[in-house]
Unconditional design. Structure first.
Length: 251
C-alpha cells in the first residue's frame, strides 16, 4: 500500500525494452494487451482486466522475438457505469486507437499485431481484426472463446464461461497466482450467479448483480490460475504458427 492509501502497482506489467533491445530482436510481430478500468466487485481492483491481459501477453511473448507493447488500460466498460471508479471510452475511439497503433507498427516494419484482450465487452476488436485484411498489418484476437474453454478444462475450473462472467473463478484464480497482493479478502463469500441476463447490454450489470460480481470466486485458487495461464500459453502456439513466428529457443 502506498502512502496515499492506493494498492501498490503490480510489478512487471510494462515492457522494459530499450530501442537497442528491439533492434537486436528484429521483431516482425507485436503483442498488444488491452484491458479495462472497471469495477470487479470488492475483492479485485479496477485494473483487473488490464493486469490479466498484461500477464497473458508477457507469458506468450516470452521466448519469442516479438515486440511487447504497453497496455491500453481504458476501454469499453459502459455496462459497468453504475459503479464508482469505472471509466470508459467509446467503441469508435478504441477502434481508432488500435488501428493507429497498427499503422505505426507497419511503418516501423512490423506486419503482425496480436490483440490480447482481457475484457469481454470490447466487442469492436472483432471488427478491427476483420477489417485488417488488406491493410498491411495482419491481426488476430487472442484468447478466443475456444482457447478459454480449453484452458478452463485443463485448470479444472468448475463454472462455465457463461456463469463465470465477471470477477469470478477464472479471473480471481489468475490474480491469486500471478498477483496475489491484488486480491482482497472476501472473495470466498462473494459468489453471485446470474445466468439469465438476456438484456445486460441494454440494462447494464447493476440489474443482475448488486456487488458487481457475476460468477463464483469462492472456487478460485492459485493452482487453477497457474494452469489457466499455461493453457493459454499453449493455445498461443497456433496463433504464432499462423504468422510464421519462431521461438528464440529454435533459432
Amino acid at each position: 500500500m502506498t502512502a496515499s492509501g492506493h494498492p501498490t502497482p503490480a510489478p512487471g506489467l510494462l515492457p522494459a525494452d530499450t530501442t537497442e533491445d528491439v533492434r537486436a530482436r528484429q521483431p516482425t510481430m507485436a503483442v498488444l494487451p488491452i484491458g479495462s478500468f472497471e469495477q470487479h466487485g470488492a475483492h479485485l481492483p479496477l485494473s483487473t482486466d488490464t493486469v490479466i491481459a498484461c500477464t497473458i501477453a508477457r507469458e506468450v511473448a516470452a521466448g519469442r522475438p516479438v515486440q511487447l507493447l504497453p497496455p491500453l488500460t481504458v476501454s469499453c466498460s459502459h455496462e459497468h457505469a453504475a459503479w464508482p471508479g469505472t471509466v470508459s471510452i467509446s467503441a469508435r475511439t478504441l477502434h481508432a486507437v488500435v488501428t493507429d497503433i497498427a499503422d505505426s507498427l507497419r511503418k516501423s516494419g512490423i506486419g503482425t499485431l496480436i490483440l490480447v484482450n482481457g475484457h469481454g465487452g470490447n466487442y469492436v476488436l472483432r471488427n478491427v481484426v476483420q477489417e485488417s485484411a488488406g491493410s498491411g498489418v495482419r491481426m488476430a484476437l487472442f484468447p478466443g472463446s475456444a482457447d478459454w474453454d480449453a484452458a478452463r478444462a485443463r485448470a479444472g475450473v468448475q463454472t462455465s464461461g457463461h456463469t463465470d462472467m465477471h470477477a469470478g473463478e477464472a479471473e480471481t484464480s489468475i490474480l491469486l497466482y500471478a498477483h496475489p497482493e491484488l486480491v482482497k479478502e472476501g472473495y470466498e463469500s462473494a459468489d453471485c450467479v446470474a445466468d439469465d441476463r438476456k438484456h445486460l447490454l441494454t440494462l447494464g450489470m447493476s440489474v443482475y448483480t448488486e456487488s458487481g460480481v457475476i460468477g463464483r470466486p469462492s472456487l478460485a485458487s492459485a493452482r487453477k490460475g497457474k494452469e489457466l495461464l499455461a493453457g493459454l500459453v499453449d493455445a498461443f502456439d497456433e496463433y504464432a504458427a499462423l504468422f510464421g513466428a519462431r521461438t528464440e529457443a529454435h533459432d
